[in-house]
Every structure is written in structure tokens, then in C-alpha cells.
Design a protein around this ligand. Structure first.
Ligand code: FAD
Length: 248
């Protein structure tokens, strides 16, 4: 078991950030726990004395706000995928890519904020959020900052929380192409494309330490799943396939 000494369940974002800012104890946010709990139990994460549970901050919502969707950070991946508007964007891209984010019981726990915070390199759902033009809303407890997901690095901001993710509601066509060892395995490389009146946008995963927009430099790993050269070639091929589907 993890050796946690402290557990907090604040009722407001401000209270949560105050806890995270404490100097006398090392606290970290706990959202769905799908990744963090295992990391604490196996001691993969050691420099933590306790957790700040985000479950009672009122951030579990998906709301229409004019020309965009506001997605609260503790919304589960399942609720995002099943939302009648979010789930239909760009030919259902969030539904299509989300089904590769672990099994359904994990998607019922894992949250949108956790997905953005962990930025797993092979997350196709994160790539779909990038392609759809998502914006991250970060709170330091007193004020909020909007950061395009494509510019979000997650580090160097001091104590704070991802509180929302915003998605523009646009008429878009979507395309998705992937290679994996088996059809249901996590991808080696994948491309997600959207095409609309403002142009085309493609996001890739499996070719950098985190999912990226395709106009950024590739920095592919070289591992047992695929060499760096293989991943570069797949990125090109899958970009073409995803765009071709979205343009149809
Ligand atoms: C079996 C298994 C399969 C998985 N498969 C996938 C997969 O296919 N694709 C994938 O992308 N991931 C996968 N993961 C990793 C993980 O489940 C996801 O990244 C998930 O989205 C994490 O969300 P969570 O809400 O459970 O986060 P937690 O586990 O609660 O937290 C993860 C990290 O994010 C931080 N965090 C959470 N919420 C916030 C917030 N609002 N603001 C700031 N920091 C925050 C936490 O402090 C912690 O460091 C898998 C994990 C497991 C155990």
C-alpha cells in the first residue's frame, strides 16, 4: 500500500490550490486515480506525502457556452465521449479515439484533467483534443489562464490546477488512422485530422514525448514497438490517411 500521511477533500478550487501550495507537506492532486494510485502503491512516485482529492470541486460537467463547450476537469472520459455534442464533434472523433484509452472501467474513472496532466505519448484522445483546437484553463486559485493545448507543457506554473478544457463547436469533418500491434492495443503511431472552413489540423501521437500537432518537430522514441525511423514513416502515411478520410 502507498504510505500516504495526508488526505484532503477540499470543496473549492481556491482551497485545493492553497493545499497544493503548502511548503510543510508535499501534496499532489488526485483525480480519477487510474494512474496515480498505482504509481503511489508501487512507489513509482515517491516524493508525495498526501493527496488533494478533486472529487468535490464541482468540476464534473460538460456545458455549452456560446461557441464552445466547457468541460470540467473531473469529467470522466466516458462522460466526455457520451456527451451528445462533444461525442459528435468532427464525425465522433472523441468517441472513436477514446475507446483506445484503456478498458471501459478505466475510462469510467479517468478524468479529462488527468488525461491532460499526464499527456501520455500514445494518447489518441489527447491527440483528438489537440486536433479539435482545445484550450486548457489553469487556475492558480485566484485567477484563471487560458492556454491552447498545443502550447501546453504542464510544467513551470507553480501551484495550481487544470480546472476546465474548452472545445470550439465547429462544423468539422474528422479522420483517424493508427498502427498498433493488435487492433485493440495502444497505438504505436496514430494521426487525428480535422478539416473545416478554417483549414486542416492534424495531431500525432507516438512520435514525441507527448502528443503533438503535426507542424511541430518530431522526436520519436526508438523502442521495442517501433524504431524512430519506422515511426517517422508511419506519421507521414497516417497523416495522409487521416486527412484523406476527413476530406471525403
Ligand atoms: C491499465 C492502464 C491503462 C492506461 N491506458 C491509457 C491509455 O490508453 N491512454 C492514456 O492516455 N492513458 C492511459 N493510462 C494512464 C491514465 O489512466 C490516464 O492518463 C488518465 O487519463 C489519468 O486520469 P486520472 O483522472 O485517473 O488521473 P490521476 O491518476 O488521478 O492523476 C494522474 C496525474 O495527473 C495529475 N492531475 C490529475 N488531475 C489534475 C488536474 N485537474 N490538474 C492538475 N493535475 C492533475 C495528478 O496529480 C497525477 O499526477 C492508463 C493507465 C492504466 C493504469
Amino acid at each position: 500500500m502507498a504510505l500516504l500521511k495526508e488526505y484532503y477533500r477540499p470543496q473549492s478550487v481556491q482551497e485545493a490550490v492553497q493545499l497544493l501550495a503548502r511548503q510543510d507537506v508535499r501534496l499532489t492532486p488526485l483525480a480519477g486515480g487510474s494512474q496515480l494510485v498505482g504509481q503511489l502503491e508501487t512507489r513509482a512516485v515517491k516524493d508525495v506525502d498526501g493527496v488533494v482529492d478533486l472529487g468535490h470541486l464541482g468540476l464534473d460537467f460538460v456545458e455549452m457556452a456560446g461557441d464552445h463547450l466547457r468541460i470540467g476537469a473531473t469529467t470522466t472520459l466516458t462522460d466526455l465521449m457520451e456527451h451528445p455534442v462533444a461525442g459528435q464533434l468532427a464525425d465522433g472523433l472523441l468517441r472513436r479515439t477514446g475507446r483506445y484509452e484503456g478498458p471501459v472501467n478505466l475510462r469510467n474513472m479517468a478524468t479529462v484533467g488527468g488525461l491532460v496532466a499526464t499527456a501520455e505519448p500514445d494518447s489518441e484522445l489527447y491527440a483528438a483534443l489537440l486536433a479539435l483546437g482545445a484550450t486548457v484553463i489553469w487556475s492558480d486559485g485566484a485567477s484563471q489562464e487560458s492556454i491552447p493545448l498545443g502550447e501546453w507543457s504542464g510544467t513551470g506554473r507553480g501551484p495550481g490546477l487544470i480546472v476546465e478544457v474548452h472545445l470550439p463547436i465547429l462544423e468539422l469533418r474528422g479522420g483517424h488512422a493508427r498502427v498498433a500491434r493488435t487492433p485493440s492495443d495502444r497505438c504505436i503511431v496514430a494521426a487525428v485530422a480535422v478539416v473545416g472552413q478554417a483549414g486542416e489540423r492534424v495531431a500525432l501521437c507516438g512520435v514525441a514525448p507527448r502528443p503533438i500537432l503535426a507542424d511541430q518537430p518530431l522526436d520519436p522514441p526508438d523502442d521495442f514497438k517501433g524504431s524512430a525511423e519506422y515511426r517517422r514513416q508511419m506519421a507521414q502515411l497516417l497523416t495522409e490517411r487521416a486527412l484523406q478520410e476527413a476530406r471525403q
